[in-house]
Design a protein around this ligand. Sequence first.
Ligand SMILES: Cc1cc2nc3c(=O)[nH]c(=O)nc-3n(C[C@H](O)[C@H](O)[C@H](O)COP(=O)(O)OP(=O)(O)OC[C@H]3O[C@@H](n4cnc5c(N)ncnc54)[C@H](O)[C@@H]3O)c2cc1C
Length: 335
Amino acid sequence: MLGSEVEHVTVFEAKPEDSSVGGHAVAIMGGMKIFEFIGLLEELIAVGFPIDKMTAMNTYGLELFDLLMHDIFRATKNPNLLSSPETGERPLAYFCSRGCVQKVLARGLAKDTFNKFVPREIQERTTVDLKYNCPVVHVHEYNTPNGKKVAIQFENNRVEDDFDIVLGCDGAQSKVKDYILQEAYAEDPDSDPRKDQLAFCGIRTSFTSTGPDPEFKLRKPRGPRQWYGDGIYAMEATVGGVNGPEHYLGISYASKEDAKMGENTKWGQGSNAMREELRKLLVAKGFGAHKEFMNIFDNTERLVELGIRANPRPLKTWHSKSSRVVLVGDSAHKM
Ligand SMILES: Cc1cc2nc3c(=O)[nH]c(=O)nc-3n(C[C@H](O)[C@H](O)[C@H](O)COP(=O)(O)OP(=O)(O)OC[C@H]3O[C@@H](n4cnc5c(N)ncnc54)[C@H](O)[C@@H]3O)c2cc1C
């Protein structure tokens, strides 16, 4: 890949460009080092909300302990938890919406961010084309006189081919993974694919998020709070969103029933069933007494509900036999 020819990279994203990707948020700690590495730290810090202090509560309202995250990071001197001396050795703990992280990454491609660890002439030879609304349905390899190539099939039977390498960074429900595993099973007639399927592991998680609240009417500007209860754990936080700070609740709870796995973006306008179900659970678990928490919940605009799934055993492999199709990130992950 770092040869002398021009490199062309195409990124296919299933969602539309303006998608805020549901109510997800990410607490970015050591991972921010990567943003520094690719030259996007300043942009991420500008939109992120600092995790300077993390407070742990129980559902009776008792404050259990505070973690002074930024102070701890500063004191460790761990280079992965602080930005480099060039950027001021700042503690790297921020909360962002996933949509926000994706926007920063996409802008980084558009403005040709240069990574100081890769020779500039290689980066100048590399072009990147980001295509939204392209849900991949299937990938396959085929033979040519110059060796194997990879073809990608999209919805509506549209196909793009002639790729040298495909990286499947398409998350837990990866289509690229299907191709790699099918090939591996075909090689091993004794294997049973059913034994490797993701299985619900008894935990459901709902992510909820308000719209932008730049005046902090719904929640004071402060670090995240973690709530511990009987069979339930919640993270309450303000996160940097695409259009300003948003308030986020991540609610995980033990459940025998699998989630419906979907997103209800029309909470305010349409069905309230998911909201009501979750509200009842929160009240039963003691959150009804916590007005600010419930106020955030009641002003939530988006909800994503997931059943947490895990692979019963490690993936057989994370690359095709030719190594031209490779899994990256959550597609290769156990959960
Ligand atoms: C409940 C939960 C909480 C988490 N909390 C944190 C946290 O606080 N901090 C943290 O660092 N990590 C957290 N993680 C982990 C983190 O979110 C993931 O590890 C990370 O997002 C994985 O990145 P990825 O790019 O591999 O996959 P994803 O983030 O899932 O991205 C996959 C991308 O591929 C696209 N895509 C999917 N299918 C297709 C298709 N067929 N065709 C084209 N595009 C497709 C999707 O739209 C998406 O943009 C959490 C994970 C979970 C499940």
